[in-house]
Design a protein. Structure first.
Length: 71
């Protein structure tokens, strides 16, 4: 039987119980196994949004390091 998390999700979304719940959960698990699921790109947008800040921090740190070496 597929994971309990998927079973609970199917029960919540469909209201099914018993054998129908088991069958539907199995079919969904098999479909996920065959086709996978769409990626949820949560990290890429956050990284792109912060790129300029990271570049600024690196430039500042390099400038500080050069000042320390030159002093």
């Amino acid at each position: 039987m597929p994971g309990a998390g998927l079973t609970e999700w199917v029960r919540f979304r469909t209201g099914l119980q018993g054998r129908e719940l088991d069958r539907t959960t199995f079919l969904i698990a098999r479909a996920i196994g065959r086709r996978g699921i769409q990626p949820q790109p949560y990290l890429a947008p956050a990284a792109e949004a912060q790129t300029s800040r990271v570049v600024d921090l690196v430039r500042y740190a390099v400038a500080q390091g050069v000042r320390e070496v030159m002093a």
